[in-house]
Write a protein that binds this ligand. Structure first.
Ligand SMILES: Cc1ncc(COP(=O)(O)O)c(C=O)c1O
Length: 436
């Protein structure tokens, strides 16, 4: 049957390399090539054990509170929003909120969809490069636009240049907001307070709001210090802080995230936009109830602070092991990182060239890799050859909407010895591929 195109213009721009590279890995597995997965940021799937006291809280709710099976209010469970509003209000120097300024979502990814979908078609959001692709894809899909981005520079510890941000805002009057991820995925950068205040200053000067994805706010190490968005906005710049239970409990399967809608009354247009965010959640009735009910009992438990400290130490050791390894590998740039769950390595300019390959013993696997490399970005070509040759899956950096070639691996493998072996396998692949 012949149909005219069905897909909405712009939705062809939806790319999520973190998962797309998995399809390639599964195809290799079907051809008999075992794969070591170093790509997806799910701590539990990677082998981290959820603390028994957290499981007890969830089990207790399921066993003794029928409300955990019911719908909850569209904005979210009131007692939990009160708990979160009190947390925001207790922050030093922070913007004040009420429980109705908190909106629950089925994971931040659900919120990211709404945040961009509900904006006018020609409204643009300036965001980093590299960038977490859920933000870039959802922003870009509305109008088939090229992405509007500022650079995170590995040579400057993956931090942005405020002058570039201001120029991009100045010369693109359609920009209504600046988005950042802090701590950042994929770079592991942590924005110093001064940089955050600089970005807020630009938003203030040009009448914008700020979106800060704080999914990794509880994962800081190596002396990484920052502030939360609510602490740097003052009382006049509107903002959305995006929070999640996925990575710090960790409970990614809870699909439980929330938005702090900050300084709503500072701008009628922003206030209306927040109302529409709430209404769009009403159309779905509500977000999942059980994790919301567990939230105050988990984050309010003194054991959570101990868990946070233990995990920070653990991720610090892994991030430093990865940094120490890659700083000695020729042809790549590696920098210390200060937060989140990832490590990004970039290739130096000019080291990736057409025609570079790695030996793939099995001829069927080799033919599949060769075919799959036609027309792909140079870093994806390297990654696909490494998967065929060594069986290690990382995510190509260009999948994060950047011109920088490189790859991202996670800090999640709990097995230190296996991680060391994986690093050796990646390092050997880089050396062989670039002929160093
Ligand atoms: C920066 C960032 N934002 C949002 C998400 C998705 O979070 P959630 O599980 O709450 O949807 C992720 C997941 O990796 C992420 O890295």
């Amino acid at each position: 049957m012949q149909h005219p195109p069905i897909v909405l213009e712009g939705y062809r721009n939806l790319h999520y390399e973190i998962r797309e590279i998995v399809d390639f890995g599964h195809a290799l597995q079907r051809l008999g090539r075992p794969i070591t997965w170093e790509n997806i940021g799910d701590p539990v799937a990677a082998g981290e054990k959820v603390e028994p006291w957290i499981k007890e809280i969830v089990a207790d709710l399921v066993a003794h509170d029928e409300r955990s099976f019911a719908y909850c209010p569209s904005r979210g469970v009131l007692a939990t929003r009160e708990f979160l509003a009190a947390e925001v209000n207790a922050r030093e120097g922070g913007t004040k909120v009420g429980p109705d300024d908190i909106l629950f979502l089925n994971g931040i990814a659900d919120g990211v969809d709404k945040i961009y979908d509900l904006m006018k078609k020609d409204a643009r959001v300036l965001m980093p490069s590299p960038s977490y692709p859920t933000h870039t894809s959802n922003e870009g899909k509305r109008g088939d636009y090229p992405h509007l981005q500022f650079k995170l520079d590995p040579e400057k510890g993956w931090l942005p240049d405020l002058e570039e941000i201001e120029n991009k805002v100045k010369y693109n009057p359609q920009v209504v907001a600046i988005m950042i991820v802090n701590p950042d995925n994929p770079t592991g950068a942590v924005y110093p307070e001064e940089t955050l205040r600089g970005i807020v200053g630009i938003a203030r000067k040009y009448g914008l709001f700020v979106i800060c994805d704080e999914t990794y706010a509880n994962i800081l190490f190596n002396g990484g210090e920052t502030k939360l968005l609510s602490q740097v906005l003052g009382d006049d710049v509107p903002g959305l802080a995006l929070r999640s239970m996925s990575k710090d409990v960790p409970w990614p399967g809870s699909r439980c995230g929330w938005i702090e809608m900050l300084n709503r009354k500072a701008s009628p247009a922003f206030d209306e936009y927040c109302d529409v965010l709430v209404k769009s959640k009403m159309m779905e009735v509500c977000s999942t109830t059980l994790p919301q009910m567990a939230l105050p009992r988990i984050y309010g438990d003194p054991r959570f602070q101990a868990l946070k400290a233990r995990r920070a130490k653990m991720f610090e050791a892994r991030a430093n092991q990865i940094y120490e390894y890659f700083r000695t590998v020729p042809g790549v740039i590696a920098r210390p990182v200060h937060g989140a769950l990832y490590y990004s390595v970039t290739f130096e300019d000019g080291v990736l060239r057409p025609g570079q390959t790695l030996p793939v013993a099995d001829p069927t696997v080799r033919a599949f890799v060769e075919k799959s490399c036609e027309g792909v970005a140079p870093d994806k070509r390297f990654v696909q050859y490494m998967m065929g040759s060594e069986g290690v899956c990382v995510t190509p950096l260009t999948g994060f909407h950047t011109d920088l070639n490189g790859f991202r691996l996670t800090l999640l493998n709990p097995d230190d010895a296996e991680r060391a072996r994986t690093l050796e396998r990646i390092g050997a692949s880089i050396r062989a591929y670039i002929g160093a």
